[in-house]
Design a protein. Structure first.
Length: 67
């Protein structure tokens, strides 16, 4: 997602991205449904998660999950 946001950041205007997948994901204190290799705690993943969403917002990309 970070690479997508960086690639599209130079294009003017709002953009929509439809994410088609079999399941959704979340990051919370109680569940760790999304964890990159070698990272297994919320404290490890949360900064990456927040950075990704900041890049998406800066690039004016709206993400619509479709499951």
């Amino acid at each position: 997602m970070q690479q997508v946001a960086q690639a599209l950041a130079g294009l003017p205007g709002r953009k929509s991205l439809i994410w088609a997948g079999a399941a959704s994901f979340s990051v919370s204190d109680n569940t760790m449904q999304l964890a990159p290799a070698g990272r297994d705690s919320l404290a490890d993943v949360l900064p990456l998660y927040e950075r990704t969403w900041q890049l998406m917002n800066d690039a004016q990309i709206a993400l619509y999950p479709w499951t």
